[in-house]
Ligand binder design. Structure first.
Ligand code: PBG
Length: 323
């Protein structure tokens, strides 16, 4: 492979040559678009820290999902924003909760888009933590029951897949069990497996008002310094019944995505999170980078690292670009 016999530039001479040897492609097939849903009617409120993303009321969300379906995006991820928060996250599993209403409305009008729901309690808890709190401690085992109940209520409302994001130990097993017992053994679980305690979630917490009232999430989300531990989390989630495993965030954790794919050969999802989105938007607005090109480069790198699918706030935009 020595110069002058091997000249790598030979195959870079034209765009058609480059197309022929291109190894990685981002396609609409890979994209999952997250949405935030609120109570009310005719609400479409832009999220300050995430320009181009909105809090939708159910009626507006249904219109949006129709459009996204037409663009060919296979799946959406739903986050609910309740009116009332309490210490038991009651709205998370209420029959007429915001997310439950949204799921059934979407299923009524756009039945064939995959509806994935984020299963977590932080947005529904008055203290903003992902579990039950007692004396300043986030309790693990008592939280599992609420998570399982929440997942079941989503599926009963029509969700096609559930995605637990809380990082309590044993939640995948608890959710798998309750789904199976209730006749939903066909519903897959996408587990947020290697989920890091990341500052890249800042804009999201502003979007759903879930910033913890005290402390932070480091006693349940992972230390950004650890990747062996990420593999152990993934192994455990697979053994508990996860069908798809997720690494989150994506961009600063490409090595983790790579290792997870190599080690387990399981479907891997990567979450290109809110902070990753907002950074690009801000720099693009300043005229410092070309937002479109940077976005496509980053999504390509996430796939190159080993992700099979990408949850990204750019999904709708990217689907338009790729068409
Ligand atoms: C809920 C949850 C969070 C995100 C997804 N599910 C926030 C958090 O853990 O604090 C972050 C998504 C993003 O930043 O885009 N636990």
């Amino acid at each position: 492979m020595d110069f002058p016999f091997y000249r790598p530039r030979r195959l870079r001479r034209s765009e058609d040559l480059r197309r022929l040897i291109r190894e990685t492609r981002v396609s609409i097939d890979d994209l999952i678009m997250p949405y935030f849903v609120v109570h009310g009617k005719e609400v479409k409120e832009e999220i300050h820290s995430m320009p181009g993303n909105f809090r939708f009321s159910v009626d507006e969300l249904v219109k949006e999902i129709k459009e996204v379906k037409q663009l060919g995006i296979p799946a959406i991820l739903l986050f609910g924003i309740p009116n009332k928060k309490d210490e038991k996250a009651r709205e998370a599993y209420a029959k007429d909760g915001i997310i439950q209403q949204a799921i059934s409305a979407i299923k009524d009008s756009v039945p064939d888009i995959i509806v994935i729901t984020d299963v977590c309690l932080c947005g529904y808890m008055s203290h903003g933590h992902c579990g039950i709190v007692e004396n300043g401690e986030i309790l693990n085992d008592p939280t599992l029951e609420l998570l399982a109940k929440t997942a079941l209520s989503h599926v009963e409302a029509g969700a096609d897949m559930v995605a637990p994001s809380d990082m309590m130990d044993g939640r995948v097993r608890a959710i798998r069990r309750v789904l199976d017992e209730n006749g939903f053994s066909h519903i897959p679980i996408m587990a947020y497996s290697a989920k890091y305690a990341s500052s890249f979630y800042g804009p999201f917490r502003e979007a759903v008002f879930s910033t913890p009232a005290f402390g932070d999430r480091s006693s349940y989300q992972m230390d950004p310094a650890n990747s062996d531990e990420g593999l152990r989390e993934v192994r455990q989630d697979i053994s508990e019944g996860a069908d798809i495993v997720m690494v989150k965030p994506a961009l600063a954790y490409l090595d983790v995505i790579y290792r997870v794919k190599k080690e387990f050969s399981y479907p891997v999802a990567a979450y290109n999170v809110s902070g990753e989105y907002s950074m690009i938007k801000a720099a693009d607005k300043m005229g410092w980078i070309d937002g479109k090109k940077v976005t496509l480069e980053i999504l390509t790198s996430i796939k190159r690292a080993g992700a099979d699918m990408i949850l990204t706030y750019f999904a709708k935009q990217v689907a338009k670009w790729l068409r």
